[in-house]
Design a protein around this ligand. Structure first.
Ligand SMILES: [Zn+2]
Length: 140
């Protein structure tokens, strides 16, 4: 499947994957890691203002998972801000940035499931079962 797209993971721009307090040498800094999926949860929840139900839908995870992801991310950020630690954003369990499942019935597009492409997925809009039609590279 879509082999050439395999490397196109959700990525922050280089240069914003690492934050450090000004004036402290890197080697003497502690840093907290926030995973890409934690960052995405914070972006959806804290920046865009989605509720946890909506975040769960966007990210194709359960609501308790969103609660857990956010709690961990908030703690890591708060710890870094409060204690002058650097923040690195990397890793985690996340999906391709530009893979979208297109509903065969209503045309609704949503992010493809985090894992295992090709499995049937229920359209979050019309509840129709789909067979994993992926429209990669939607943004181009
Ligand atoms: Zn649909």
């Amino acid at each position: 499947m879509a082999r050439p797209k395999k490397c196109r993971w959700v990525k922050m721009e280089p240069g914003v994957t690492f934050f450090k307090p000004q004036g402290i040498p890197l080697r003497s800094l502690e840093h907290n890691v926030i995973t890409i999926d934690e960052m995405e949860a914070m972006r959806l929840s804290d920046f865009l203002g989605l509720n946890q139900e909506q975040v769960a839908k966007e990210m194709q995870v359960s609501r308790p998972t969103v609660t857990r992801i956010l709690a961990r991310a908030h703690k890591a950020v708060a710890d870094a801000l409060a204690h002058g630690k650097a923040i690195r954003i990397e890793g985690g369990d996340y999906r391709l940035a530009e893979e979208f499942l297109v509903c065969r019935f209503c045309g609704h597009q949503e992010p493809a499931p985090a894992q295992k492409g090709g499995e049937p997925q229920t359209c979050s809009k019309c509840q129709s079962p789909n067979s994993g039609q992926i429209a990669a590279d939607k943004t181009r």
